[in-house]
Design a protein around this ligand. Structure first.
Ligand code: DGJ
Length: 722
């Protein structure tokens, strides 16, 4: 008998809850996921209406009147619906309207407390169907929604809009938090109250699409978002391409959230018998503020959306800040020695190791696309240099940017037609490079070959940093037919996922960091193929604190790479303490550091590996004091058994936050507080150091904070003694 217990309720004439006394209701049913409930009604007109979306405890009663057409769950364009459509189609006969009638739904219990509901809709006049998928993760009050459009009309239909979902919320006020920014200022938080009309948050960049905004947001109902209280719905689109989120508040204070791939310039032609699946939008709901919403995303991701979630991320030494493209075998060996001395576990060789002759990758203008090791810098090849690292007990990783080409390269000379650009236009370069057109099968084969020929013969390479340093400015493909040019935005990213999937499956023991000129591509579409991501090229602790803070709303700490570099006016201790709160690494020339600095870094690596890493990798995040609201930033990770915690304090400005209330501890347990990450001979200024407090005291009265000056920082470890 199958292990899956399948509950199959295919409803044509039975099932669901009936609101028998309401003449407008043919069927009423809901999907519940922990605290979150989504309620549907099928009207006597056979349309699928959405009633509630929110608190599972709230009773949802259909009104005596028929819902307005704007309450259709996936409002289609053109036949009486006045709201912003979620789906817009031109049928083969030119009809621009679509009707969606409910056919049935079924719910299947998958393993692990997950269930999946599929709702089938059909246009009564056309062989055109939509299946809405709702996956619910009850443990975390999370729901993932997407849909598949299929048709059997005699020819091609045109999809103009294809939102993943468009639920409606009802509250007195809606407060929207977004995470916008740019290179070196990624995931900057801002919050605003929504008023009537449509607000759009989007990306139009296609590739490295999230450089200016991550595809995630938080909505707080009835007041600004709070960390530990209030009703909050967050959402994250599992898509690495351009996206569009429309927040449409109507005159009646209903808010429709239309979320999905950006339809701009992306109309999609679907052949007879074809289907089109949208990416999923992943909602998390909490009545205990955004702190709990973040922990829900993290728990979910640890189970479902990041590679080898339970595996420790290695302490790595990256050479980008230290050398840029200027290195050779001898220089690398010096860096390996430094890595060994401080206890780093892996050396990550960044950009600059490839390209020959006139195309030697000595700067960012040359060589991209020519993935042969540089005979000038690495005359004995990758295998030799990886072995040299291993000799020093340091693992070896490498940087790749498979999607790109410099015009100054052999590849470009051979295949100028492989780039994304438009006819009769002068190509616009970004970081002196072009994007290879991944819709073209030869490019797909070429990019796989880069990965395969770098890794297959060199099994000592056990880590890859996958970079992507520009976005699309001229969306055109010499491979796609003139009529299908608008497929580029979507097909590029679909091909990218196939490539990433092939990489993850083909090299299951190679760990991988997702990077895109900082964090231009961080989302749960790509993260299942990676272990961590590079949040920003800004490693100045003052900037980094806020950037990591932003990403922490959706991504667990083991995915957030954090390196100690020389950037910024800061004490080395602060750079170390900030890096200790993520997947710790170093990116500076250790051989050029002073003996004292090297010792300080070596102590930090030891502390991280022995005491902090388990909490960063597996603990639960509690954000305590926001750098947006105070001169202090403070956060902590608490072990799931609540026996241990690590607490970080960073002064981003002068000023004192006298007490910091901890979170997530066991109120009854007694915790000994110990300040760590202290330079030799320095004694703690924390009055709590060495003392024991109950969890209740630490959470209600807080920890006294003696720091008050910009660039001061501290790390405290709490251990329960019972
Ligand atoms: C951009 C990345 O963010 C950097 O860390 C580095 O890898 C460079 N690219 C290399 O070109």
């Amino acid at each position: 008998m199958k292990k899956l217990i399948t509950l199959f309720i295919f409803v044509c004439c039975m099932g669901g809850m009936r609101a028998a006394d309401n003449p407008n209701v043919k069927k009423l049913f809901s999907v519940t996921s922990g605290e979150l409930k989504l309620t549907f009604m099928v009207g006597t007109d056979d349309r699928l209406y959405q009633l509630g979306f929110g608190d599972a405890a709230a009773e949802v009663v259909p009104s005596a009147k028929m819902p307005s057409r704007e309450r259709e769950f996936l409002p289609p364009y053109g036949n009486g619906v006045l709201t912003e459509p979620a789906l817009q189609v031109t049928h083969v006969d030119g009809n621009t309207s679509t009707e969606l009638h409910y056919i049935g739904h079924r719910t299947e219990n998958l393993n692990d407390g997950i269930s999946q509901t599929v709702i089938s809709l059909k246009d009564p006049a056309y062989p055109f169907t939509v299946e809405i998928y709702i996956k619910s993760y009850a443990d975390n009050s999370m729901m993932e929604i997407w849909n598949t459009v299929s048709h059997n009309e005699k020819g091609k239909i045109v999809l103009h809009r294809f939102a993943s979902a468009s639920p409606v919320l009802k509250a007195k006020e809606y407060w929207l938090t977004q995470f916008a920014g740019n290179y070196k200022r990624e995931a900057t938080i801002s919050e605003e109250q929504l008023s009537e009309g449509i607000k759009i948050l989007d990306s139009k960049l296609g590739v490295r699409a999230h450089q200016m905004r991550i595809p995630s947001f938080i909505l707080s109902l009835n007041g600004p978002a709070q960390e530990n209280a209030g009703e909050v719905l967050a959402a994250s689109l599992r898509w690495s391409g351009s996206f569009q989120f429309a927040f449409d508040v109507d005159w009646n204070k209903n808010l429709r959230l239309i979320t999905g791939m950006n339809p701009l310039g992306s109309q999609y032609y679907l052949e007879r018998g074809g289907s089109f699946t949208t990416p999923a939008i992943l909602y998390a709901y909490s009545k205990q503020g955004k702190g709990e919403v973040s922990r829900r995303y993290h728990r979910w991701a640890m189970k479902h959306a990041i590679r080898d979630a339970q595996k420790d991320r290695p302490v790595l030494l990256n050479n980008w800040e230290a050398t840029h493209c200027d290195f050779d075998e001898e220089r690398l060996k010096e860096l390996f020695n430094g890595a060994r001395q401080v206890g780093a576990e892996l050396f990550l060789l960044d950009d600059g190791w490839f390209g020959n002759g006139p195309y030697s990758r000595d700067d960012d203008k040359h060589g991209l696309g020519d993935w042969e090791p540089s005979t000038k810098k690495l005359p004995r090849g990758l295998s030799y240099i990886a072995k040299e690292a291993l000799k020093r007990k340091v693992d070896f990783g490498i940087w790749l940017e498979p999607e790109m080409v410099n015009p100054q390269s052999e590849l470009y000379q051979k295949h100028p037609d492989w780039i994304i650009t438009q006819p009769k236009r002068t190509p616009i370069l970004g970081r002196h490079q072009e994007i290879l057109d991944l819709t073209r099968p030869e490019v797909q084969a070429f990019e796989w070959d880069i990965i395969d020929k770098t890794l297959r013969p060199n099994p000592d390479i056990t880590y890859v940093k996958w970079d992507c340093n520009r976005y699309i400015t001229q969306p055109g493909s010499s491979y796609l037919q003139p009529a299908d040019q608008s497929h580029l935005w979507i097909d590029y990213n679909r091909a990218l996922y196939r490539l990433m999937d092939r990489f993850a499956k083909g090299f299951p023991n190679v760990m991988a960091m997702l990077c895109a000129g900082g964090s231009g591509r961080v989302d749960y579409g790509a993260m299942p193929y990676f272990h961590s991501f590079w949040p920003s090229d800004n490693t100045d602790p003052l900037g980094r604190i806020k950037i990591q803070w932003g990403f922490s709303h959706f991504f667990p700490a083991n995915t957030i790479s954090a390196h100690v570099t020389r950037m910024g006016k800061r004490h080395l201790k602060m750079a170390i303490d900030v890096a200790l709160s993520g997947a710790f690494g170093i990116d500076l020339a250790l051989d050029k550091a002073t003996a004292e600095e090297r010792a300080q870094i070596a102590d930090a690596v030891k502390l991280y590996k022995e005491r902090i890493r388990p909490l960063v990798m597996h603990g639960e995040l509690y954000r305590l004091v926001s750098p947006y609201e105070s001169p202090l930033a403070s956060l902590s990770y608490v072990s799931t058994d609540k026996q241990k915690a690590v607490v970080y304090f960073y002064q981003t400005k002068d000023g004192n936050e006298p007490r910091v209330m901890l979170g997530g501890l066991d109120a009854q347990k007694k915790y000994r507080v110990e300040e760590v990450s202290l330079a030799k001979g320095v004694t703690s200024r924390f009055p709590a150091n060495g003392k024991v407090f109950t969890g209740a005291e630490l959470m209600e009265k807080g920890l006294e904070n003696p720091l008050n000056t910009q660039f001061e920082s501290a790390v405290l470890i709490l251990v329960a003694n019972n």
